[in-house]
Design a protein around this ligand. Structure first.
Ligand code: SAM
Length: 302
């Protein structure tokens, strides 16, 4: 095999090999994110042709396989067994078997355990081949209506408070469009954090893509926080957030701070989040905005 010196050797199939199942190869097979018709012809061919399939959730994958009439030995490969199971899969690959890796949905190795086994194969010089297809991040970006020329994929924000704070602070000045994955039960917290760190920005909430309840809500962070304070989020979400350079919702600083707080409260934010957001947007202490708002509220009461 050729390739530049001092670089990891990459496996390149010759033309005649391209549609064959090659021994000793790990196939990353993208699967539908909601609509079974999105499976590719090549994905089905590979799933039918490999020696075995490694699946993040074997029950999910069994449903997919039985829908297409494919029967294949399955091994589970998921977050909590990825090290030891990854090694075992590599052993089988090195002995000449072929394996297809499928994760829960979409493209394996994008924010899922697939990343780990691809690194392991790279270290061991095992051939990896990709069968491209659905990916939630790219589908959401495409439909978002926001700038798509340059973007940053952040995946899931960390659950640790300090990690999250560090990540959001470092993204505050990011000019490119931002992509986040989020589970429904963490959505409101994430939207509130994004609003607090970034100020109000345009956002597309892409929910249940390719499924019956597919929905794209093109709104802004403050309105989204207000909306999901009232309504319980359901389904799977990708958040596409405008980069900092766009400034389409740059706060109008000619509007007094107390009025901006009031606007956010009207949009559905609680008082504290509204005050924190205005303080961050204007680069002033929270206390200052709080005092201004207090004077305004007292006047309103008289
Ligand atoms: N590897 C997958 C891919 O290529 O899209 C992503 C795996 S990640 C563990 C799962 C996350 O993807 C979900 O929490 C959600 O944020 C997003 N997702 C998956 N399917 C989706 C769908 N149909 N609509 C919206 N988001 C989806």
């Amino acid at each position: 095999m050729g390739g530049p010196k001092n670089m990891d050797t990459m496996y390149t199939a010759t033309d005649s090999e391209k549609n064959k199942i090659m021994p000793g190869t790990l196939y990353l097979v993208a699967t539908p994110i909601g609509n079974l018709s999105d499976i590719s012809e090549r994905a089905l061919k590979v799933l039918s042709g490999v020696d075995f399939i490694a699946a993040e959730d074997t029950r999910n994958t069994l449903k997919l396989l039985s829908h297409f009439g494919i029967s294949k030995p399955l091994v589970s490969y998921y977050q909590h067994n990825l090290r030891q199971r990854g090694e075992a899969i590599c052993e089988r690959l090195m002995s000449g078997e072929s394996c297809a890796l499928v994760t829960d949905a979409g493209t394996p190795a994008v924010s899922d355990p697939g990343e780990d086994i691809v690194k392991l194969c790279a270290e061991k010089n095992i051939a990896v081949s990709v069968i491209p297809g659905p990916c939630a991040a790219i589908s959401a970006l495409a439909i978002s209506g926001l700038s798509t020329g340059k973007f940053v994929f952040e995946g899931f924000l960390s659950g640790s408070k300090s990690e999250r704070k560090r990540a959001l602070s470092s993204l505050k000045q990011e000019k490119r469009t931002l992509i986040f994955y989020e589970a429904p039960h963490h959505l409101l917290k994430t939207l509130s954090d994004l609003l607090e760190f970034f100020g109000n920005r345009k956002l597309a909430l892409c929910r249940e893509l390719t499924k019956i309840n597919e929905e794209v809500i093109r709104t802004d962070l403050a309105s989204a926080v207000g909306y999901y304070t009232e309504i319980t989020p359901r389904g799977e979400f990708v958040l596409i957030v405008e980069g900092s350079g766009e400034e389409s919702l740059k706060p109008d600083e000619t509007v007094p701070a107390y009025e901006q707080v009031e606007n956010y409260i009207q949009a559905g934010l609680d008082k504290n989040t509204a005050i924190k957001t205005v303080a961050r947007e204007r680069g002033v202490a929270k206390n200052e905005i709080y005092k201004e708002y207090l004077v305004y509220s007292e006047k309103k009461l008289r």
